[in-house]
Ligand binder design. Structure first.
Ligand code: NAD
Length: 490
């Protein structure tokens, strides 16, 4: 059993000293790591260490900060194999995906390293010509980064390199369901020469996260998780006037029109819901299909769903792994039972997957419900698992209405070969991301985030680094004039 302490001020606290909890491998069902449940006082130590380290880190030149971040990228990429084994063991995601996620995380380090020495301000011409006005982008200070379990390293690296490149120091709290890769990352950052106190990691459940939100040395919290917890912590942060970035859930519509490329749309729909076992915030969990293609798409999808190869997450041949934990498994099963009860037509899957090589792993069959209606619970709540609702529609206007009839607004997909239709629809989609003829495409350069109950703030892209800066405006009067407010000039 691996044992970890907390990573504070460049060192590890003694594992096992204080409250602990275990992390379970969802494939074997066995506990494989013992972690610390950080107390409020320990969160305080981490925040203090980060606050102590921050001025020197911010004063380090952008070039030097970039060098450390680039070194971290190299080391992470070189360790992609072992890091992906850790990730897949902890959350059941297939190794092909976790490996590419490690390389992508390295890419994010490089992308934001490039900004470390390019955080330009602006000069602003004023009405008074003898005043020089300019802006400076400054770091916020210490920021709290709280993440979910579905892709711990990717979710963290949407935030961490941006925060560091801008001169902030951080206190991180990974999900209690999958913390090990974040702890292992500390070792790699140490090897890259990250100064003590710049990156601190505390593990634990909600109370540890709440202590981060409440700590007065933490200037902002960037959170990835559920809308329910997002609302709770936004309320807590609101009472402290603490800014937040919230990357929350979704119930994203993926819309196939009659004029779509059928094969591309089928594969896009599959990737949208069964990629990452459906445990992705952008899961295209509502598939809207126009009447002319409806039966063909349902038929193709269900045939494909039945042959997806479920298996050991560590086996490179596996196409879908387990879901990440028992709570999540139970939630998915309850959602499937309810959809059956509500009269959605089950055309693929619908239960626990068992059989050779699956053992007692938390496997869920790739599940498709046809003839779903948008008012069914199946189409309203985020299931966060491999469960698809296929909803038929007739007109473009109807598709838009159904797509936007959700409390969420993270992503939308549009499959059409009619460019005019695509251009007409993009502005009508109430979501932070719109994909046309592709789905689940993420890049370091493009900003990502939601509207409505999917949250606010943006990660990645240029906006991603600005989330971790504040703008200072400077006015320098070089006229030599005395500007007496009571002297009336005529
Ligand atoms: P969750 O909200 O239960 O937990 C997220 C994190 O918040 C965990 O680290 C948890 O310990 C912590 N937390 C819980 N209560 C807290 C509190 N009171 N104060 C502070 N922290 C607290 O979410 P989850 O089950 O880990 O993740 C699944 C959710 O994350 C889904 O809704 C999914 O859509 C969302 N998600 C969003 C994105 C995105 O980028 N928009 C990406 C991945 C996952």
């Amino acid at each position: 059993m691996k044992k970890f302490g907390l990573f504070i001020d460049g060192g590890w606290t003694q594992p096992g000293q204080g409250a602990t909890f275990q992390s379970f491998n969802p494939y074997t069902g066995k506990a494989w790591a013992e972690l610390r449940e950080a107390s409020e006082a320990e969160v305080g130590c981490a925040a203090e260490a980060a606050a102590q380290a921050q001025p020197a880190w911010a004063a380090t030149s952008g070039v030097d900060r970039a060098q450390i971040l680039n070194r971290a990228a190299d080391i992470l990429a070189a360790n992609a194999d072992n890091m992906s084994v850790v990730e897949s063991t902890d959350n059941g995601k297939i190794i092909r995906e976790t490996r590419s996620q490690m390389l992508y995380a390295a890419r994010l380090f490089r992308f934001f390293a490039g900004y470390a020495d390019k955080l330009y301000g602006t000069t602003i011409p004023l009405d008074q010509p003898s005043i020089l006005d300019y802006t400076i982008r400054e770091p916020l200070g210490v920021v709290g980064l709280i993440t979910a379990w579905n892709s711990p390293i990717t979710l963290l690296c949407n935030k961490l390199p941006a925060a560091l490149a801008a001169g902030n120091t951080v206190v991180i709290k990974p999900s209690e369901h999958a913390s090990v890769s974040t702890l292992e990352l500390c070792k790699l950052l140490d090897e890259a020469g990250m100064p003590a106190g710049v990156v601190n990691v505390v593990t634990g459940a909600g109370a540890t996260g709440a202590a981060i939100v409440a700590h007065d040395k933490i200037a902002k919290v960037s959170f990835t998780g559920s809308a329910d917890v997002g609302r709770k912590i936004a309320a807590a942060a609101g009472s402290l006037l603490k800014p937040m970035a919230l990357e929350l859930g979704g119930k994203s519509p993926n819309i196939i029109f009659d004029d779509a490329n059928v094969e591309a749309a089928t594969v896009g729909a599959l990737a949208g819901i069964f990629g990452a076992t459906g445990q992705t915030c952008v899961a295209g969990s509502r598939l809207l299909v126009q009447k002319g293609l409806y039966h063909e798409i349902v038929d193709r999808l269900s045939k494909r769903a039945r042959i997806i190869r479920l298996g050991d997450p560590l086996d490179p041949a596996s196409e879908m792994g387990t879901v990440a934990n028992q709570t999540q498994f139970d939630r998915i099963m309850a959602a499937i039972a309810l959809a059956k009860q509500d009269g959605a037509q089950l055309v693929a899957g619908g239960g626990r997957a068992q059989g050779a090589g699956l053992g007692n792993g938390l496997f869920v069959e790739p599940t498709i419900f046809a003839e779903a209606r948008n008012d069914m619970e199946l189409a309203r709540s985020e299931i966060f698992g491999p469960v698809l609702a296929v909803i038929p529609f007739e007109t473009e206007a109807e598709a838009v209405a159904i797509a936007n009839d959700t409390e969420f607004g993270l992503a939308s997909g549009i499959w059409t070969q009619d460019i005019s239709r695509a251009m007409r629809l993009v502005p009508q989609m109430k979501s932070g991301v719109v994909w046309v003829n592709t789905y689940r495409m993420v890049t370091a350069q493009a900003p990502f985030g939601g509207v409505k109950q999917s949250g606010y703030g943006r990660e990645r892209g240029e906006q991603g680094i600005y989330e971790f800066t504040t703008t200072k405006n400077v006015m320098i009067d070089y006229s030599g004039e005395i500007r007496d407010p009571f002297a009336i000039k005529i």
